[in-house]
Design a protein. Structure first.
Length: 271
DNA sequence: AACTTTGACAACCGCCTACCG
DNA sequence: ACGGTAGGCGGTTGTCAAAGT
């Protein structure tokens, strides 16, 4: 269903928040609580969209937000979780107390992905061609994308479209690291997906919510790999004094993913 | 000193799902 | 069942300060 752009309002202010606006929002949330952001914005006299208020509160004004540099432990944990979860920043943030998904995403995009690239550069000689970053690319064009779409579940119609229990890996075709590693489009054995180099399964179920746009179904002999994860040395680490107050649903999902990928042992300390 | 480039990060945008009437 | 809204999420952009030339 097509949706109109929400919160389109000529009167709405955009751009950086002033300290006065921050104060207004903080006071109002303290009194009335979170939620109903649009009405909250109106009642507080803020010329901001509900979304903008929510974002500002969750990312900057909310109590307990940790600011400043990431510690080495946090960095390691992000690398490890990213390897497990891909770009699921909200899930990753759930494991780093005081850090927001936006902050982690920014940190990854500006710092960590470069480090990972460097690591891969140092170790690329030991990588299979399919797992080196050079083989990871965006779809070059809409046409190319459509070509894959046309071959959605190649030669496998009767086995196709096996959705499962809502497992959502959150990848999509705009994920820079996703590729279909096939020259011959009938050969999907080398299907490559970011961040899960060790993904080996005889029957991988991909849910409708995977946002692949063009890929749904069971794939035999799928190997999942990606430039973000290859050769990252991941030591077992835990944050010092880590508050383990983790959302049980997130916890379950982590377990589910690790189990599906058959990498529970590697991530045991996180689960 | 002036200009350009780069890095960091706050904020926005568009899409999605859940929920409600 | 359907349509509209709110909230959530990830990708992307805009902005500004620092670094480089």
């Amino acid at each position: 269903m097509a949706r109109r752009a929400c919160c389109v309002n000529e009167r709405e202010k955009k751009g950086a928040w002033s300290s006065e606006e921050d104060e207004l929002l903080t006071q109002f949330v303290k009194i009335h609580g979170e939620g109903k952001w649009r009405t909250l914005a109106e009642k507080a006299g803020l010329r901001r969209s509900g979304k903008s208020c929510r974002l500002r509160w969750l990312n900057y004004l909310r109590p307990g937000i940790k600011r400043g540099d990431f510690s080495w432990d946090e960095e390691e944990l992000i690398l490890k979780l990213h390897r497990l979860l891909g770009n699921r920043w909200a899930l990753i943030a759930g494991r780093l107390p005081g850090r927001t998904d936006n902050e982690i995403k920014n940190y990854w995009n500006t710092i960590l992905c470069k480090k990972v690239d460097q690591l891969q550069g140092q170790t690329s000689s030991g990588l299979s061609p399919s797992s080196s970053s050079s083989t990871i690319r965006k779809f070059e064009s809409e046409e190319e994308n459509n070509n894959h779409e046309d071959n959605n579940i190649p030669g496998n119609e009767e086995n196709n479209v096996q959705t499962n229990a809502g497992i959502d890996y959150g990848f999509n075709t705009s994920d820079f690291s996703m590729q279909i590693g096939v020259d011959d489009q009938d050969n999907y054995d080398s299907l490559m997906i970011s961040s899960m180099e060790v993904f080996k399964s005889n029957e991988v179920m991909i849910s409708d919510t995977m946002n692949f746009d063009s890929f749904h179904g069971n794939y035999n002999g799928v190997i999942i790999g990606g430039n973000n994860s290859a050769c990252i040395p991941v030591s077992n680490c835990k944050l010092e004094n880590e508050d383990q107050n983790v959302d049980p649903l997130q916890d379950m999902e982590l377990r589910k993913i690790a189990s599906l990928l058959d990498i529970e042992n590697e991530f045991r300390d996180l689960l």
